[in-house]
Design a protein around this ligand. Structure first.
Ligand code: L34
Length: 294
């Protein structure tokens, strides 16, 4: 069993990005600028946005975090989005999800200028992805593709089961894995909460991407020997024995599944860091496309 180490893989990609940024700057161009909007006080969101800010520093980007209170109205948030859409100094921006319940997430996503949508959540970018056109790819599936590539995992003709049909992970993941190329060329099955007998699918899978958000959902007896396991789950489970008062649990029962797997991602240290670095890749791409459009 080989661990798919997202920490070292993302560190290597960050170094490549940093080098490209220094080349841009040496050519008299400006540093890419990423803005993140964080609404409210969600603990996990604060951690993820802080990680994104830190990564920006590491690759040499400018970064700004706009922290807005929980009570922010949808109209106020739309105004911020509009301002960023028109701010020439900003190459890309994200609105960290989830948003407070009184704000319609889809309305916010659709208000972002697709050319600055480095999350790849806007319908225009989702549409381009599904057509196989160049676009911003949602950071988590993008990061998983990069991780499979870094470990030279052979995906061609393999049966891949994606657990979860979310707009930000499951759907784009299934799309990417079924596209032509490497990684890609998979035969993909999407399973979800209404699927009958999920184990009958996972047991025939060569590759499983678990993105349901159900802690330790995938058990040892649901996996065939030699399968590749990618765990997207990152649920915080209260644990008084830990300094932070919680531990992070994936969607895979790691201790049972790892001995059967050929490759498996740890949680933490697997998909999470790859998500962050993929956002950096998208931001660099945004800056380059903007430059070309001038
Ligand atoms: N707009 N909202 C928007 N864009 C995104 O790309 C995200 N996502 C998801 C949640 N909402 C979003 C993230 O940033 C999930 N996500 C994310 C980012 C980073 C990590 C996990 C999820 C991460 O760094 N995980 C670490 C552990 C961090 C911890 O201590 O909690 C890891 O090693 O897995």
């Amino acid at each position: 069993m080989v661990l798919l180490d997202g920490k070292t893989t993302s560190a290597a990609i960050k170094q490549q990005i940093a080098k490209q940024v220094e080349e841009l700057v040496a050519n008299g161009e400006k540093r890419p600028h990423l803005v993140a909007i964080l609404v409210g006080d969600n603990g996990a969101s604060k951690t993820y946005v802080a990680a994104k800010e830190k990564a920006c520093g590491e690759v040499g980007f400018n970064s700004t975090v706009l922290r807005l209170p929980e009570e922010t109205t949808e109209a106020e948030l739309l105004k911020e989005v509009d301002r960023l859409n028109h701010d020439d100094d900003v190459d890309g921006f994200i609105v960290q999800l989830p948003l407070p319940k009184h704000i319609n997430e889809q309305r916010i996503i659709e208000a972002v200028d697709p050319s600055k949508d480095v999350d790849g959540f806007h319908p225009v970018n989702v549409g381009k992805l599904s057509l196989g056109l160049p676009t911003f790819v949602s950071a988590t599936p993008f990061g998983i593709m990069e991780l499979l590539k870094a470990y030279n995992i052979d995906t061609k003709g393999k049966h891949c089961v994606v657990l979860g049909r979310s707009n930000i992970v499951g759907r784009p993941m299934a799309n990417l894995l079924s596209q032509k190329g490497n990684p890609g060329d998979c035969t993909v099955t999407i399973c979800h909460s209404r699927t009958q007998d999920i184990a009958s699918y996972t047991r025939s899978a060569d590759i499983i991407v678990a993105a349901l958000g159900v802690p330790e959902f995938l058990k040892g007896d649901m996996v065939k020997d030699g399968a590749v396991i990618v765990d997207v789950g990152i649920t915080r489970v209260p644990d008084e024995t830990r300094p932070k008062g919680y531990r992070i649990v994936g969607d895979v029962a790691f201790d049972e599944v790892a001995p059967k797997a050929s490759y498996i991602t740890p949680v933490p240290g697997g998909v999470g860091p790859m998500t962050i670095v993929s956002l950096m890749k998208n931001t660099l791409q945004a800056a380059q496309w903007r430059k070309q459009a001038e």
